[in-house]
Design a protein around this ligand. Structure first.
Ligand code: HEM
Length: 378
């Protein structure tokens, strides 16, 4: 009697599991079919500004400044994002000697040209935290003494070209409207509300939640051992493109970083220090562009979409060399904190495009001005 009951229960459980598996399979198949239908080219090569974007941007600035105020570290005001630096290092960016004419754009116009640059390596979080905690890792490059008209009218004296990247290829929101909703929820401590704003399943951002979770990844062994992506698109002369920076060990002397103690709060800074300062070994990267092919699904106005390499390859346009150096001094660390990197510091040939970049134009400036002015008052 008891055995029959158990057998029946077992059979029922098995059937339920099979039914659930079938429903999941069906859901997956429907989702894939929908994605293939929705995410296909051709796409526009032009920007499309939705109504109300300027007002939403003002809202986001208020939230960003609120975050800067919330996470003041003792006396200094930090960045609203990427607050913790592993170091600012000097670098040389050399344009490839052999470049086909379509790749000779903006600061890459002159084959063989070497730019002096500063590179800031960072964790993504708004609060400085242990490097072992899952997070995005940032790389911001500033080419110096760049001639030509700057994009921002008030920055004409700067002579800079910045590339601002982190180590994941796509962003956890598509556009300004979604960013506003997401960040406002997060600033109010509503982590679930950030991706599930209401009961209506059509507003749920499951795919974007997965992107956010994947962006918060375990740390690399060193900031020199991961790839960095521009995520959002830029002009590249007459074309549109995204940027990527990838380690290029073959261009540097062979080097094996000794294992670092990852329990130490700043082990990524220690790793950088060990390679550049103690072992005196340079670090090498390639700087690449991925040009938009509008016949494929490579949209400008949706940063949650990774442009597939199978649709358009990354092409190397320059080599970055971070020479052996001592960068970890109190004076240089303060200078590093006082620098501002901004995708809008640069030339028309590399104009940032798309909603998230239009948003960054206003927000980086506002936050940077705010923290600099508050720090100057200290
Ligand atoms: C395309 C995606 C994005 C990437 C790849 C990115 C990357 C970065 C990186 C690497 C930094 C640190 C720069 C440094 O070292 O000084 C940074 C700073 C910052 N990011 Fe982003 N970011 C992105 C999107 C956004 C968005 C959508 C916002 C808000 C609207 C934002 C707001 C900021 C702010 C306020 C700072 C600090 C600026 C300063 O005080 O100097 N970022 N970002």
């Amino acid at each position: 009697m008891l055995i029959t009951l158990w057998l029946r229960l077992g059979a029922l459980l098995l059937k339920t599991l099979m039914l659930l598996a079938l429903i999941a399979l069906l859901g997956w198949a429907l989702n894939s079919a929908w994605s293939i239908w929705r995410y296909q080219g051709p796409v526009s090569t032009e920007e499309q500004v939705p109504p109300g974007e300027a007002a939403m941007t003002q809202d986001i600035i208020q939230t960003a400044v609120r975050i800067v105020d919330q996470h003041r570290d003792n006396t200094r005001y930090l960045r609203d994002a990427h607050a913790k630096a592993h170091g600012c290092v000097k670098a040389e960016v050399q344009v490839l000697e052999q470049l086909t004419p379509p790749l000779r754009q903006g600061v890459f116009a002159e084959p063989g040209k070497t730019w002096q640059a500063m590179v800031r390596l960072s964790n993504g979080n708004a609060y400085p935290q242990f490097d072992s905690i899952r997070d995005a890792r940032g790389m911001a490059i500033k080419l110096l003494n760049v001639p030509g008209t700057q994009l921002l009218k008030e920055q004409q004296g700067r002579g800079e070209q910045d590339f601002v990247m982190f180590n994941h290829p796509n962003f956890f929101v598509s556009d300004v409207a979604e960013y506003r909703q997401n960040v406002a929820a997060q600033a109010d401590g509503k982590k679930v509300g950030a991706f599930f704003p209401g009961w209506d399943p059509r507003t749920w951002q499951v795919r974007h939640l997965f992107i956010a979770l994947a962006t918060l990844s375990p740390p690399p062994a060193s900031p020199t051992q991961t790839r960095y992506f521009s995520v959002s698109p830029y002009k590249f002369g007459g074309a549109n493109a995204k940027f990527r920076v990838a380690p290029d060990p073959d261009s540097c002397p062979a080097y094996n970083l000794p294992p670092q103690n990852q329990a130490l709060p700043n082990f990524l800074r220690n790793a950088l220090n060990q390679q550049l300062s103690t072992d005196r070994v340079p670090a090498c990267f390639v700087l690449q562009v991925q040009r938009q092919d509008p016949s494929h699904y490579m949209p400008i106005e949706d940063t949650s979409i990774e442009w597939r390499e199978s649709d358009a390859p990354f092409e190397t346009v320059a080599r970055i060399r971070i020479p052996a150096q001592d960068f970890d001094t109190p004076q240089q660390n303060l200078q590093c904190d006082n620098l501002s990197f901004n995708p809008w510091f640069g030339l028309e040939a590399h104009r940032p495009i798309g909603g998230i970049n239009r948003l960054r134009k206003a927000v980086y400036e506002a936050v940077s001005d705010y923290r600099h002015s508050r720090n100057a008052e200290q």
